[in-house]
Design a protein around this ligand. Sequence first.
Ligand SMILES: [Zn+2]
Length: 492
Amino acid sequence: MISLNFELISISLKVVNERSISHSNKITQPSDRHDLTARVFKLKLRKLIDLITKCKIFGNVTSWVYSIEWQKRGLQHAHISIWLENKVHPDRIDNIISAEFPDPEKDPHLFDILKKNMIHGPCGKLNPFSVCIKDGQCKCNYPRKLLDVTRSDKNGYPLYRRRSTTNGGFQTAINVKWIVPYCPLISKIMNAHINVELCSSVVAVKYILKYIHKGSDQAMFSIENKNNNEIEEYQSGRYINSNEAIWRIFGFKIHDRYPNVQHLHVHLENGQRVYFSNDNVSKKVEKPPETTLTAFFNRLFRENVIILRYPKIFYMKQFAKKFNLRKQGIRYSHEIFQSDTLGRMYTIHPSNSECFFFLRILLHNVIGPMSFGYLKTVNGITYKSYREACQQLGLLKDDKHWGDALAEANETKKSSSIRSLFSIIFTSCNPSDPKSLWEKYKKTMNYTDEIFNETLIIIEDMCLIISGKNLNQWNNSFFSNRKYIKRFRNHS
Ligand SMILES: [Zn+2]
């Protein structure tokens, strides 16, 4: 993966001044015309993306994503990440990314671009009040060390070659330690600040993806408002400068990516979100709105695929909520075209109600389902819950290791300790079949048949303390009977 940070430090408005603002005698600066800087930045960003994806200057690109942010004083910049089909081999890194000056006599144009755009700081002793200084140190680790060859640090971040003059580097007024890594070809074409970094380790990829998705800076403070107006609080906490405002007014994209991702809904039967008013409530009840999931069940074209593959062949009209065959793309079969669009569902934690989690597992695995009931049916038998259907399809791990833990505890622990252990396994470890575990080990948790229900209530109380949910909320086939225990206690 290659990460790029693109900023336009300076824009010339000479042509614009002559053509459209000549009637006013004032000299217009870029800072006076945020509409123009926004348009120029957008055009340059498009050109940069085209250079990478269409001209393939790094090779074939499988996917890319960018997000745009604004610095405190309004300078917009784009974080771009690209994934290449072929890995960049270590011996190729120096060909595409450099942290050294070119020969000022052979390539004065690039040298001037770098001098203007790609020098960090000065910071540290030269400028202790630089914005990059935190706790007396430069956040970006400048000035960097001189290196004879490019290599990786312990986290997989590349340390680029920065040769001294004695080792082949060029003598310039600026020390090579202050150069921000760049791609010579991109810098020459774009004449802008474009920091290029290679990300090859998992740590680096995770950091970069977190960084580009973190969103804009926000001020953090508390507002004491008795009305608790969430909209007002959200707006008060946002930091929007004039550059960002004009970008949003124009409706330019803050974020873009390839391939496209289609968000697919996951919900229980009749569990989709419905917005209604007093006037249309009965209409909404009679005919609940379609979602991507119900549209998939009701599809006319019966293609035997899982829902995640469906957006490759079909697109959904935003308002019609109906999947339609794609009319362009790569030919899949006669009259059917395929795109690169990916279908994705939100991640659901196993503790988030068994139905959602297990329904999502089934949607990922069952080919061509036609209804919610179809998902619960395995070999002609319709099961009560999605969990049971998952079990029958062998999609869940068995609970042998949890059984072993309870059996081992039985040899050394008291019943009360085993009940605590069972409660923790039940609430925190997501066993696939807790009812079977209970049936198998209930005798280790108490000693008479009559009071198993009371044991269940004790366990349920523990589960409520640990997770705030009772047994039935964790697993709908598993519940205690509190009415019975009252009768039992009264009679005993
Ligand atoms: Zn610094």
